[in-house]
Design a protein around this ligand. Sequence first.
Ligand SMILES: NC(=O)C1=CN([C@@H]2O[C@H](COP(=O)(O)OP(=O)(O)OC[C@H]3O[C@@H](n4cnc5c(N)ncnc54)[C@H](O)[C@@H]3O)[C@@H](O)[C@H]2O)[C@H](O)CC1
Ligand SMILES: [K+]
Length: 519
Amino acid sequence: MTHLQQREQEISQYVVTAAQMRDIEERIFAAGMPVVALMEKVAGLISRRLLAMIPPGKSRVGVLVGPGHNGGDALVVARQLHFQGYEVWIYNPFPKVKELTSQHLQYAQSLGIPCYQAIEQLPNCDLLVDGLFGFGLERKLTDAVASAIDHFNTWKQPIFSIDLPSGLHTDTGEVLGTTIRATNTFCLGLWKQGFLQDQALDYLGKAELIDFDIPLADVQAVLQDAPKITRITTAKAISNLPLPRPPVTHKYKEGHLLLICGSHRYAGGAILTALGARASGVGMLSIAVPEYIKPLLVSHLPEALVVGCPETETGAIAHLQLPEKTDLNSFDAIACGPGLTTDSTPIVQQVIDSDRPLLLDADGLNILAQMGTIPSLQKRQATTILTPHEGEFKRLFPDIPNIHQDRVKAVQQAAMQSGAIVLLKGARTAIANSQGSVWLNPESTPALARGGSGDVLTGILGGLLAQAVKKQIALEDMVATASWWHSQAGILAAAERTELGVDAFTLTQYLMKAVMGNG
Ligand SMILES: NC(=O)C1=CN([C@@H]2O[C@H](COP(=O)(O)OP(=O)(O)OC[C@H]3O[C@@H](n4cnc5c(N)ncnc54)[C@H](O)[C@@H]3O)[C@@H](O)[C@H]2O)[C@H](O)CC1
Ligand SMILES: [K+]
């Protein structure tokens, strides 16, 4: 691996807040880097990227300039494009701007680049560069600047945002009054948390990181005392796939997973979960289902040990009837929930009472919510993993308000309160452990918003957990890896079959391809 590739891998896993970015920046300036030199360097990198992206024949550029250093960056870009022969117009409605920004504005005007205060004066452009606000935005946008942004959003031209689409909260991704709807965003230096929040996705367009050589020592110095927030990178996830096997091993050394799932009503969910587990490479897979659907499972997964259990009147599992000489301690991990229905409450109680690492999903979560999440999990010694979507999350943690406003904070609170590892599903799945560390999945596809897709995730994760227990690998890493794997399989399937073609069964057929394609 080249030095540059290594740097890219390292830098792309960090996620910072606006306050942390400012602290990092201050350390660089305190060490002697002149502010003006850094701005010139950063804007030079943005200009180079922009020049590579502007289609031939598009030569009229509007540059939106704000009062702070985001505006300063934009003015350097305006100057660079001017020297490259582009026709550039500046829009700056602010009577007062920061000193450095003001100097760049003065120089740009001295070069003959026109600057307007009113949008009506701005001629028709082929594209816009948005340098109104970056991570310094503190309050809601109102009045003239808010209506200017609304106006620019009605234009059909592409908008390239510097650092963040102006108006977006750096940490939560919330719209502060109004926000530029970018086609592309150049995130400067380090990924800001807002890029990994669902509510920001409509505004970011295609986001990329512009690395400007922030020393890693400064990043680490600022981040060391804060709960760690990690962006799940392909390099890190793929390093776990497949999990290493020694040359001499046997099936029970490669993890034994017990899946508890399915009912008459939801028989298919059990198959999908089991197919996810199969792909994980788990050494031994046992599946507890209602007796009636046992033949169905056997026909789909001949390698699995399918345990038919007595049924309730409604066709749910009434109680676990494990084979002779087997109890819950025989398994390295248990995954419980898909397709259970809420009639299987005693089963969920029983697995919570066990001392096995436990993954609860779907109806497993609904039953837990009915029992009371926090008191029910209090006595658990082994790791618990909860994988709710937003609806389930609200039922599990009714006291955590406004989950949409800051999903990262919500999942952190949930994990810290419950002691569980919590995976909050979404376009940007967020995972947290009880110490408040967070993992964020940076890529996914809306094709995965489809029935059965979550069952597949439960299977993958259950299978990885059982293996990780045997190999003494941190379970959090498995949760992050499973989330990455699930979305990458979805992305690959959608690329080959369109978003229409990613039903949950097809998804299971792309799991191997996702590993092989990224390996
Ligand atoms: N990360 C780095 O190391 C570098 C960052 N650069 C760029 O600088 C901006 C951050 O600059 P800053 O001046 O701190 O903030 P902004 O430009 O985002 O704007 C702050 C500016 O705006 C005023 N303000 C805040 N909220 C409002 C509001 N609602 N309405 C009106 N005005 C508002 C505030 O008072 C300030 O005056 C970063 O994003 C990068 O683009 C570098 O150039 C290089 C290194
Ligand atoms: K901006």
